[in-house]
Design a protein around this ligand. Sequence first.
Ligand code: NAD
Length: 428
Amino acid sequence: MHITVIGSGYVGTTIAACFADLGHDVTAIDIDEEIVETLNDGRSPITEPGLENLLEAHAGNRLEATTAYDAVPESDVTFLAIGTPSNDDGSIDLGALEAAAEATGEAVADKDERHLVVIKSTVTPPSIETVLEPAVHRGADENENIGVGMNPEFLREGSAVSDFMHPDKLVFGASSEWGTDRLHAVFEPLLEDHDAHVVETDPQTAAMIKYANNAFLASKISLVNDLGNICKEFDLDAYEVMDAIGIDDRISEQFLRSGVGWGGSCFPKDVNAIIAAAQDEDYEPALLEAAVEVNERQPARMLEFLSKHVDLEGARIAVLGLAFKPKTDDIRNSRAIPVIEELRDQGADVVAYDPVAIEPMRDRFPEIEYTTTAAEALDGSDGAAVVTDWDEFATLDEEFDSMAEPVVVDGRRIVQRQDGITYEGITW
Ligand code: NAD
C-alpha cells in the first residue's frame, strides 16, 4: 500500500518508519523543512530507540519525506499525526490538525477511488463530528469517495518503535465497512506476525478509548502517589505495600511505582482535555480532577524533603534528569520543570544534568547551569533532586562523595541508598 503520514513528530516519524518497515511505501509530510531534510538523510529528528535504524534502512526507497501534499492523492490512506496541544482551559487546540485535515481533503478532492483519512492524533470524541470530519469533507468538496477514520495511538515515548510493532490492541474506528477494511489492510503485515486484539468500532468510540486508557493510567499513578504519600507519613515503604497489592490480578503489578508524578506530552494534556470536554457537557469529573491535583502536588514534596535538610536560599542543588521519562529527550510537562521553578523561587542555584534532554531544557531555562555528566552536577552541590529514572543514576556511588552536603531526594526510587548520604525517597 502507499501511505501518507502528515506530521513528523514523535508519533508521525515513528509510524512512518514502522509502516515502511512493514513493507508499505510511505510519504511523510511535515511543514518543518529541517525535519523533512533530516528524515530524507535517514536520520531521526527525535531520540527514540531503534528509530534511526529504521530510517537509515528505508529513507530514499520505501520512505520519502516532503513538505508538499502532492503524494497524498496517489496514496491509499492518509494518517494525520499532528500535535493537539492544550489550551489554557485544558481543552485541545485543533487548529493545526483542522488545517491539515482540510488540506488533505483538498488534495484528494478529485479522486475517483476511495481514500481514507485516518486521525492518529488524540482528539476528543465530539471534535471528530464537529470539526475534523467537516474539515476533510469541506476540503474534498463532499467527494463521497473520501472517508474519515480514527486509529488512536498507544505507543510510549522511549519504547515507541517496539510498542508500535508489538501492540496489545489496535483500535479501528470507522463509519463504513470499507474504512474498517482499509485499516485492516494497513496493519495486515503487522497482524501476520503479531497477535494483537483488534477492536472495531466507530470513530468517536475509538477516540474515547484513547482518553479512557490514559485517564485510567494517570489516575492509577495518582492513586498510588496518594497512597505512597500516606505511607511516607506513617514511615512505611510504599513499594513494599504496592508490591503486595499488585499480586491481586484485579489491580495488576503495572503502574504501581509511586514518585514525583506523571508528565510528558500525553497524560497531562489528555486528562485535562477529557475533563474540559466533560465540563462542556456540564459533567464534573471529580476523580479525574483529583488525579490532576495529586499530580501537581508531588514536585513540591521533593522540595519539602530537600528543605528538611538544606536551607535552599543560596544553595547549589543538582537536578538529575530533565526528560519526562528515560530514553527520550522529550521534556514536555516533565516534572523537572516545576521542580526547577520551585527551586529557583526558593533562591537555590540549579545545576542540571540529563543524558539527552539538556538542549530542549536550555530553551526553557537558559539561566541555569547544565553539565555533561551527573558527577559534575553533584560536585560541590548542597543537595540533589532525582527526577528521571535514567539507568545511569542507579550506579551513582562515589560521585556523591564530592557533594558539599550529600543530601539526595529521590523522586523515582532509582538511586542506591548508601552510607554517608542523607537519602529521602518521596514515598518511602
Ligand atoms: P509533535 O508535536 O511531536 O509532532 C507534530 C508534528 O506535526 C510536528 O513535527 C509539526 O511540525 C507537524 N505539523 C504541524 N502542523 C502541520 C501541518 N499543517 N502539516 C504537516 N505537519 C504539521 O506531536 P506528537 O507527540 O507526535 O503527537 C501527535 C499527536 O499524537 C497528538 O495528538 C498526541 O496527543 C498524539 N499522541 C502522542 C503520543 C506521544 O507519545 N507523543 C502518543 C500517542 C498519541
